[in-house]
Design a protein around this ligand. Structure first.
Ligand code: PMP
Length: 403
């Protein structure tokens, strides 16, 4: 078992290079940015956002629009109707006047669909995770996290000031040992349900059993499982029959399979009212945009009406993975390790040149030597497109010498 304790020193390391101060005075306070830019480019880690052009149709295998709802006419119309009714923004934080009836209706329907007593919507999934964790644990408490968790969970852990123990991904025995060895009374285990980098599932049922056994709560981020896994797309918690279970908190997003934007925390009613009182990213943030509420709610209705959609998505993912020689996917993410970051970037660019958008993950998002292409599959792909994409990806890998 590998466990790492996250300390304040780890958290504050960025920018602690003593040379930084000297450079800053010679070349202006931001002089060090030029050195940093050189370092990042030399390491092949510079990032340029892909700019989508309105006049260029692409096959999008880089976004998280798993069910194709982002551009679905009814989902767009749902957003437009909310925009027309409530305006371009929420106008204030949720606690002031930024809560509309539409927010409450969406929260109630999400709670009903996912089998929890209550839901609270935040303006992003990132803020939902940070807000939930920091409202639940603080100094003098323990968090047990793992090496695969999303940055928003990591940042929530850091900001909470709780002691954080990080165990290897999937090692529920290590979670048990960390919880048993604790001196803190209050403890929270946090995990993704489906890991964002490679789409692999976490042992959610084992983690829940361990957390219960040790008197800890479990927070599961279902961002990549909603609309993808579980009965009718209800996620991995539902797949394990744990919806609404005691001491279980679900977080998820409206920005992936529901095609809109926003984050949600689900759990008992007391959790919701606690977050309303204490979650800083809820209290001090302008409410979720009404257009996003309208679109997400329409997408949720469409998903409920077509519970086989997630099956079609996973079938497409399996077909594409097989065609490009990637491991069989457990969700919508097909991950193909290239190794070298420069080769991974070049392969992604070669796909883009042929109007196929694929994701490219490099350190620090993934460990050194495991730079990869990440294809996020969609329910609305037909067989011809899957075959064409597979050919383009394999050609790109050959071009950069990665196959
Ligand atoms: N959790 C996970 C697992 C994610 O992948 C993401 C998005 N990358 C988030 C949370 C954050 O969600 P949002 O983009 O809505 O802020």
């Amino acid at each position: 078992m590998t466990t790492t304790e996250l300390t304040d020193t780890d958290i504050a390391t960025r920018g602690a290079d003593p040379a930084v101060g000297a450079r800053a005075t010679e070349q202006g306070a931001l002089g060090w940015l030029a050195d940093e830019a050189d370092r990042v480019r030399t390491a092949g880690l510079h990032r340029d956002p892909i700019v989508r052009r309105a006049d260029t149709p692409v096959v999008d295998l880089a976004s998280n629009d798993y069910l194709g709802f982002c551009t679905h006419p009814e989902v767009v119309a749902g957003g437009q109707a909310a925009l027309a009714q409530w305006g371009a923004g929420a106008t204030a934080s949720r606690l002031v006047v930024g809560t509309t009836e539409a927010h409450i209706e969406l929260e109630n329907d999400l709670a009903d669909f996912l089998g929890f007593h209550s839901a609270l919507a935040f303006s992003s999934g990132y803020l939902a995770n940070v807000g939930a964790i920091t409202a639940l644990v603080g100094r003098g408490d323990l968090i047990v996290s793992d090496t695969g968790t999303h940055a928003s969970l990591i940042d929530g852990c850091r900001l909470s000031r709780a002691r954080v123990v990080v165990v290897d991904r999937g090692d529920h025995q290590a979670v048990h040992d960390a919880l048993r060895a604790r001196t803190e009374q209050r403890a929270l285990v946090v995990t993704d349900s489906v890991y964002s980098i490679d789409g692999e599932p976490a042992p959610v049922a084992d983690l829940y059993a361990v957390a219960r056994d040790c008197g800890a709560a479990l927070l599961v981020d279902e961002a990549h499982a909603l609309g993808v896994r579980g009965p009718g797309g209800r996620g991995l918690i539902a797949e394990h029959g744990l919806s609404g279970a005691p001491d279980l908190i679900m977080t998820t997003v409206l920005s992936k399979s529901l095609g809109a934007q926003g984050g949600v925390v689900l759990g008992p009613e007391l959790l919701r009212s606690h977050l309303v009182d204490r979650a800083r990213t809820f209290i001090f943030d302008t409410g979720l945009n009404p257009a996003a509420v309208g679109s997400a709610h329409t997408a949720l209705r469409l998903l409920r009406a077509d519970p086989a959609m997630p099956d079609r998505l996973r079938e497409n993912a399996a077909r594409l993975a097989e065609a490009i020689g990637a491991p069989a996917p457990a969700a919508a993410v097909v991950s193909l390790i290239v190794g070298d970051p420069h080769a991974a970037v070049a392969a992604a660019a070669a796909c883009r040149d042929r109007d196929v958008l694929v994701g490219c993950f490099r350190p620090p998002s993934v460990p050194a030597g495991t730079s990869r292409l990440r294809l996020t599959v969609r329910a609305d792909l037909d067989d011809v497109t899957i075959e064409r994409v597979a050919r383009i990806v394999l050609d790109a890998l050959r071009t950069v010498g990665a196959r």
